[in-house]
Design a protein. Structure first.
Length: 224
């Protein structure tokens, strides 16, 4: 039996929610939060991107708040991490790859849902990216850290590339399965290469603070 687009999006959403909730719980345990804090970070990391997407496209109440499935997936991920943290932490590399899978799930689901609500293809791709990176950004903000998406290797780029493939495939009339598989594979592939081989975008090596140091040394020499 063929899945409807709505069911397809919900399956991807729940899968991404669970995976990202684990990443939120791991970050919370690393910062020594209590059980409540761990569950809050799990829910935020797993659902903030989807909630943002739904609010922006007018799908209210957001799916994460309209049904208990998303809360259950987030709480389950948080409890698993809390109880079995040592095992989860030892699986750091596999967890990073699961995170890449979750990113692909969310990017595809966000793009598909935006297209279903009639958004322009370009805006749908951007919203797919936002769906993928929103939870991680909110998680890092709550932990008072610079969001990893702004400094992690090809994170947002992988989400945007995935969403773009989905949009192109849909515009060309390939349905939703083939573009989703192609976009998801590209997203996971880019994240794998970034994790394994350190691929990243160019980084500014000389900041304003870095430029100020040589200037201060020159002023000191002149004073002498």
């Amino acid at each position: 039996m063929m899945l409807t687009t709505q069911t397809f999006v919900q399956v991807l959403d729940l899968g991404g929610t669970f995976v990202f909730a684990i990443s939120g719980a791991v970050a919370a345990v690393n910062r020594r939060l209590d059980l409540f804090g761990i569950l809050v970070l799990s829910f935020v990391a797993g659902n903030a991107g989807g909630i943002t997407r739904d609010v922006l496209i007018g799908a209210v109440p957001p799916a994460a708040l309209a049904t208990g499935h998303y809360l259950l997936a987030s709480v389950l991920a948080g409890l698993i991490t809390f109880v079995f943290y040592a095992g989860v932490d030892r699986l750091r590399a596999p967890v990073l790859m699961f995170d890449a899978v979750g990113l692909a799930f969310f990017a595809v689901a966000g793009t598909e849902k935006a297209l279903a609500f009639g958004l322009d293809p370009v805006m749908a791709a951007l919203l797919g990216m936002v769906t993928g990176i929103g939870g991680g950004m909110m998680r890092d903000v709550l932990l008072t850290e610079i969001p990893q998406v702004l400094r992690s290797d090809l994170y947002a780029v992988a989400a945007l590339a995935c969403a773009s493939i989905v949009v192109i495939g849909r515009v060309l009339g390939f349905g939703y399965a083939i573009p989703a598989l192609a976009g998801g594979a590209l997203c996971i592939g880019l994240r794998y290469m970034a994790i394994r081989h350190g691929w990243h975008l160019p980084i500014a090596h000389l900041s304003a603070r870095g430029r100020a140091a040589p200037d201060a040394e020159k002023d000191k020499d002149r004073d002498i």
